[in-house]
Write a protein that binds this ligand. Structure first.
Ligand SMILES: Cc1cc2nc3c(=O)[nH]c(=O)nc-3n(C[C@H](O)[C@H](O)[C@H](O)COP(=O)(O)OP(=O)(O)OC[C@H]3O[C@@H](n4cnc5c(N)ncnc54)[C@H](O)[C@@H]3O)c2cc1C
Length: 538
């Protein structure tokens, strides 16, 4: 790439989108440069366009001035780089102002949105218009975007997000605007409901790639069901883990459950539930230091299992009991199984309050309060509750917010391998994580999400303290070691941190990545869109 002329580009961008939406002041850039993962990287500026036409003009100027751009929608790509670009000194295109919801169609079950639309915004729209649809929410924050998450192939509470995306409008690196599926036919009625359209299906080319900037897309929604419930499983013995995974796979294969089961190790569950217990106890007037201890104690007493799993259910009123009964029967001897519905939550809350003289009932009452926001996800309600799990390992009880997470002292890195949904593979992955993390004395926080009856998406969190000198480097080294170990075992990560792209695409002879390079040259000949993102080093 030729030498960038950032100064000339900034001048022209100011004319196009207004000086107030071109950020270059050090304090403004520092906001964007802060990242939960702890990576330090300079950005050359931030642009905040509000229309597809403005994005198109931005791209044209970037091409002429050879300035690399890095698009972000919600910018909550936590654990993988947040808003930081892969290549230093890129200019961030923050699409947050493009936050219009163009349409929500409850009959055809979709929303057509711009990149800045957040989970919370769509949820509020659905509520305000009383629409019988449900969003496949992620466990990330309310402020996470729908489009950015789907483009990163995120995973929602019910299912993976990538295949919810269709009819995508993209400003290519060559300046052209393309619409995928049937969407490019004027007046097509099927753009939002028949994702492939006619001819080659190119929608997938725009996720985990750097061919263009997505400016609008359709997100598929789920039809509302009569009932929402969650089946909660607790596995006391670690040596039952393999059989437990196989039993869950059978449940999905046989169609008993149709949504993603979320399986977590004890430590992962602890850092999610304890902050919610803490909040509840603070609300009861307990002082913070005692509330931290008490939260840990309640969790220890009430959640003794080595592993836990939550299976969301979306079904008819009559459908809940048969499914729960079948799950119960099949997991007998492997795990303790309970189910939660609105009615059971309400009844449990009242009963445990009335019996609050008994310490065990007080603990259960606190646990019900703690799991409420997570249970809300079974109804498509976004929550910030999981964010506190980021701070808990480093500063238990510290206040956490979506806007401040990147600036806090807690650091977080992810390794995200996909493995076959088989007990022996899950055990192997668990061993790898424990071996590598033990070497670096980090605590393994493990989640496994059942993407299908055949595949488990694994989320390995590495939490570290940014205040300790050298800790960011040690954390990165540990995650790289795990990344390697996963690759060697055939458990290829499906998503990567901005610094780990090279670990996925370093093989010069791999015709897959050679082909990607050729497509890149076609869509973005000047190489200005997100250089290095899911792309071999050039
Ligand atoms: C506690 C916690 C829980 C989490 N839970 C989940 C979870 O359940 N599921 C999950 O998937 N993730 C989860 N995450 C990870 C992350 O927060 C989410 O994936 C989040 O949705 C990503 O941020 P975003 O949606 O704002 O996307 P962005 O950060 O805006 O986008 C992600 C990347 O996609 C690219 N991109 C974005 N917009 C565009 C565009 N318009 N055109 C071209 N490229 C673009 C950019 O390279 C960007 O870096 C979690 C993180 C934490 C800390």
């Amino acid at each position: 790439m030729k030498k960038p002329d950032v100064g000339a580009a900034l001048t022209q961008w100011r004319d196009v989108i207004g000086a107030g939406h071109v950020l270059t002041a050090a304090d403004q850039l520092a906001e964007y440069e802060a990242a939960l993962c702890g990576t330090e990287r300079a950005v050359a500026g931030v642009l905040r366009p509000d229309s597809t036409e403005a994005v198109q003009r931005i791209v044209e100027i970037a091409r002429v001035c050879h300035v690399p751009l890095y698009p972000v929608s919600g910018g909550r790509n936590w654990g993988l780089g947040s808003r930081l670009p892969v290549q230093a000194d890129s200019v961030i295109v923050d699409l947050g102002r493009m936050n219009r919801i163009h349409e929500v169609n409850a009959v055809r079950c979709y929303a057509e949105v711009e990149p800045g639309v957040t989970q919370q915004q769509l949820y509020e729209y659905i509520q305000a218009h009383d629409l019988p649809v449900c969003m496949n929410v992620t466990g990330s924050s309310r402020d996470a975007s729908l489009i950015g998450n789907a483009l990163e192939r995120g995973v929602g509470y019910f299912d993976s997000k990538h295949h919810e995306l269709c009819n995508v409008e993209v400003v290519l690196g060559n300046g052209k605007v393309v619409r995928t599926g049937f969407g490019h036919y004027p007046g097509a009625q099927t753009g939002a409901i028949c994702p492939t359209g006619v001819g080659p299906d190119i929608t997938g080319l725009f996720s985990q790639s750097n061919f263009g900037i997505v400016t609008r897309a359709v997100i598929r929604l789920l039809p509302e069901t009569e009932m929402h419930a969650a089946i909660v499983c607790q596995l006391d013995e670690d040596d039952m883990f393999s059989s437990f995974i196989d039993a869950l796979a059978d449940l999905r294969r046989d169609g008993v459950v149709r949504t993603a089961a979320h399986i977590v190790n004890r430590e992962r569950s602890r850092i999610s539930v304890c902050p919610m217990l803490f909040e509840y106890l603070i609300g009861q007037g307990m002082d913070p230091a005692r509330a931290v201890q008490e939260a840990e104690e309640i969790f220890r007493m009430e959640s003794p299992g080595a592993w836990g799993a939550v299976i969301p259910l979306r079904t008819s009123r009559k459908g809940v009991l048969p499914v729960c009964a079948e799950v119960h029967k099949r997991l007998k001897g492997l795990a303790r199984v309970q189910w939660v519905t609105d009615r059971l939550m309400r009844a449990g809350t009242v009963a445990t309050r009335l019996l609050g003289v008994l310490p065990s009932m007080r603990r259960k009452h606190a646990m019900l309060a703690a799991i409420r926001p997570f249970y809300g996800m079974t109804k498509g309600i976004p929550t910030d509750a999981a964010l506190a799990s980021v701070a808990w390992p480093v500063q238990p009880g510290a206040p956490v917010s979506s806007d401040a997470l990147d600036r806090g002292d807690a650091g977080l890195l992810y390794c995200l391998p996909v493995i076959p949904m088989e007990g022996r593979c899950a055990v192997r992955l668990k061993e790898l994580v424990h071996e590598v993390f033990a070497e670096y004395a980090f605590t393994p926080y493990i989640s496994m999400n059942m993407m299908s009856a055949q595949a488990l998406e694994c989320v390995i969190n590495l939490a570290y303290d940014k205040r300790l000198p050298g800790e960011a480097e040690r954390a990165d080294e540990c995650i790289r070691r795990l990344f390697d170990a996963c690759m060697q075992n055939g458990f290829i990560p499906y998503r990567a941190h901005i610094n780990h792209m090279g670990l996925l695409c370093s093989d010069e002879d791999d015709t897959f990545w050679q082909t990607i390079r050729e497509i890149k040259a076609l869509f973005d000949p000047a190489g200005i869109i997100a250089p290095g993102r899911y792309q071999p080093p050039s």
